[in-house]
Unconditional design. Structure first.
Length: 115
């Protein structure tokens, strides 16, 4: 089993920044993908950013140039640096990890962008 624990959400004004963290533990494989999805009220869960075990990154068009995903392999932790936040970034952000044919999700962390 794999456990994912997210932290770093909160309330921020438009134009502000937040950094989300996702720490993985349990039976971890060295070949994996990790990333972030988000879900706003009444909407589907959408991909935000992903990173592979060889550090290839992918971003949703809506966050390119504003969000940066990174990983600390020694800590089994993935980060999402979110800059120039907009009200439309408001959502619950979920961390995920895929490995060995399985997918795992965190519990989600709320990000609210509002003045």
């Amino acid at each position: 089993q794999v456990q994912l624990v997210e932290s770093g959400g909160g309330l921020v004004q438009p134009g502000g920044s937040l950094r989300l963290s996702c720490a993985a533990s349990g039976r971890l494989f060295s070949i994996y993908n990790m990333g972030w999805y988000r879900q706003a009220p009444g909407k589907q869960r959408d991909l935000v950013a992903t990173i592979t075990y060889y550090s290839s990154r992918n971003y949703a068009d809506s966050v390119k140039g504003r969000f940066t995903i990174s990983a600390d392999t020694a800590k089994n932790t993935v980060y999402l640096q979110m800059d120039s936040l907009k009200p439309e970034d408001t959502a619950v952000y979920y961390c995920y990890r895929s490995q060995d044919g399985g997918s795992y999700w965190g519990q989600g962390t709320q990000v609210t962008v509002s003045s």
